[in-house]
Design a protein around this ligand. Structure first.
Ligand code: NAD
Length: 281
């Protein structure tokens, strides 16, 4: 069994992005990503810092704004202000958000041109008709991992575990567009095990440690783990690795697989937004 090295793939993408910025003659200002958070907890801070570090290394300016002490109206005004600011290209809202039982309400104030997470309702709806400006970074990372490892997916049966707006739904669309036969399972699916067992590739994004075990998958399966769950300070994926090495042909593990690639795919969306913005201004 081979193990996919997400850090290596991320570095290759990061180098390409650095070059794109260095050779861009479109503007004398660098691209800029604004990260909005609300009293981020320790885990969110780790993610925010990882994005900032990678962005700055590539040559993307960043700004982190903590909206934790603002009222809901002030938070909306702030998002609108960043929308209007010509020096910033992308806006992301780091979840969880304290004051919003449905964070989508605030996310939908991000203009679709700056929605580099691809999470506004407008971009989500456009994805389904092939017209979205930005696709969420995690499904893009899964596709990048597939491409980087020369995994042929046309005609293959791929099971996507999870159907969230962030991962499962857009991933289904991307895989189908690339010619795969996609099966989606979720917490209400009755025959999950049967569908996983007949799949050539399983991408798991449930956030349930140990959900996919060796007895559930077919011989030579390719496994891509997206799940991230912190248990006793340890990051665990959805795949139970016990005896999996003898059964699977290739695994993208957690940590060190999809995670690092997700960060650079987000930044590639920022550069896309920047190129659009400077071309239009
Ligand atoms: P979510 O909670 O919104 O969605 C989880 C999905 O899994 C739901 O559709 C649910 O129905 C399904 N599910 C839950 N239990 C299941 C079960 N037993 N069998 C089948 N399906 C089941 O979560 P999300 O935002 O889509 O994230 C999913 C996981 O991926 C989380 O662990 C999250 O931390 C991780 N994640 C990782 C990255 C990364 O960069 N690696 C990025 C985003 C999310």
């Amino acid at each position: 069994m081979n193990i996919i090295d997400g850090k290596k793939i991320a570095q290759i993408v990061a180098d390409e992005l650095t070059q794109q910025i260095a050779f861009s003659k479109l503007s004398n200002r660098p691209p800029k990503l604004v990260i909005i958070g609300s009293n981020p907890d320790a885990r969110s801070l780790v993610y925010i810092k990882a994005k900032i570090k990678r962005a700055e290394d590539i040559g993307i300016d960043t700004d982190f704004i903590d909206i934790g002490s603002k009222t809901r109206d002030e938070q909306i005004s702030l998002v609108e202000e960043v929308n209007r600011d010509n020096s910033s290209d992308g806006i992301i809202i780091q979840l969880p958000l304290d004051d919003w039982s449905d964070p989508q309400e605030l996310i939908d104030y991000i203009s679709k041109e700056k929605d580099v997470d691809g999470l506004t309702t407008s971009n989500q709806n456009s994805l389904l008709v092939d017209e979205s400006l930005f696709t969420p970074a995690t499904p893009l990372a899964v596709m990048k991992i597939i491409e980087s490892n020369n995994i042929k997916i046309a005609g293959k049966t791929v099971c996507v575990v999870g159907r969230s707006k962030l991962v499962g739904k857009p991933l289904k669309y991307l895989l189908e567009s690339a010619g795969a036969n996609v099966l989606v399972v979720h917490s209400k699916t009755k025959n999950t095990n049967e569908l996983i067992l007949k799949s050539d590739i399983v991408v798991s994004a449930a956030g349930k440690p140990g959900l996919i075990s060796v007895g559930m998958v077919k011989e030579n399966v390719i496994l891509i783990d997206v799940g991230i769950t912190e248990v006793d300070g340890k990051i665990l994926g959805d795949i139970d690795m016990n005896n999996m090495a003898e059964k699977a042909s290739l695994i993208s593990p957690v940590p060190g697989g999809v995670g690092p690639v997700t960060v650079v795919m987000l930044l590639s969306n920022v550069i896309k937004a920047y190129n659009r913005s400077v071309a239009h201004n």
